[in-house]
Design a protein around this ligand. Structure first.
Ligand SMILES: [Zn+2]
Length: 252
């Protein structure tokens, strides 16, 4: 079932391998990356509920993330597809060639929206590093992380829209026993936050901020959600509160 990184060469198709899926071996390949050559590199095997598992669709749609074995695909697909239209991906045409194919109007709109993301993430400081670096204010690097941040924001939004479509089509799901205080839509966001739980130390965090194109997990939760009006509506966040800032960024 697992075909590794380099032995797939699939042009312009999304492939989800459902073969050999059994209850005891309930894995599907779900993470892929749209490379420069427009190949899909299948990266992960992930657990996925089978027909016999108790797993509301809302949980499946909200299970998200990219590099954990608990991932499943709606947001991952959204994230990876959005990479095809981020600051790097946009420079490639449908065949993977580096070729500008957007109109100037589209490009200008993209750059303006992308700048919003750059400024937003770049203004986030990390006070937990202050005691180690007393004379330096460390902030996220909004430029180096732009592609991943665009994909994070786009991926969450697309997963949410997909789940909304599911609810429109099949009706609202019942509340989950034990968590009945939360609506399915609220659980969508809770589960998304849950998969990013991580504890880190000073050096790891500092290294991540300096070298990693991915934003530290805490902000992969907070920022994309705070950019969604739907999140604020569902959680009744007052305008101007931390998770409902007046200035929201949206590229896709
Ligand atoms: Zn990514």
């Amino acid at each position: 079932m697992f075909r590794g990184f380099d032995d797939v060469n699939i042009h312009n198709y999304l492939i989800i391998d459902t073969s050999n899926t059994t209850r005891n071996n309930s894995y599907k390949i779900i993470d892929f990356h749209l490379s420069d050559r427009c190949n899909l590199h299948l990266l992960l095997l992930v657990p996925f509920p089978t027909d016999n598992d108790i797993a509301p669709s809302s949980l499946i749609y909200r299970r998200s993330g990219f590099h954990h074995l608990s991932d499943t695909y709606p947001q991952v697909i959204g994230h990876e597809i959005t990479h095809g239209f981020d600051d790097q991906g946009r420079q490639h045409d449908k065949d993977g060639n580096v070729l500008p194919w957007w109109t100037n109007k589209t490009l200008q709109a993209f750059q303006s929206r992308a700048q919003c993301i750059v400024d937003q993430y770049g203004s986030i400081s990390l006070p937990e590093l202050d005691k180690f670096l007393p004379n330096i204010t460390v902030t996220l690097n909004g430029i180096n992380t732009l592609g991943e941040n665009i994909a994070d924001n786009g991926g969450l939004r697309q997963a949410f829209l997909a789940y909304q479509l599911y609810v429109e089509r099949y009706g609202e799901e019942p509340r989950l026993p034990g968590l009945t205080e939360y609506s399915p839509m609220q659980l969508f966001f809770l589960q998304n936050a849950n998969i990013w739980c991580k504890s880190t130390d000073f050096l790891s965090l500092l290294l991540q901020v300096i070298t990693d194109p991915h934003t530290p997990e805490k902000f992969r939760v907070l920022v994309p959600m705070s950019n969604m009006k739907e999140f604020s509506d569902i959680w009744n966040c007052p305008v101007g509160s931390g998770m409902n800032p007046k200035n929201k960024c949206q590229v896709w």
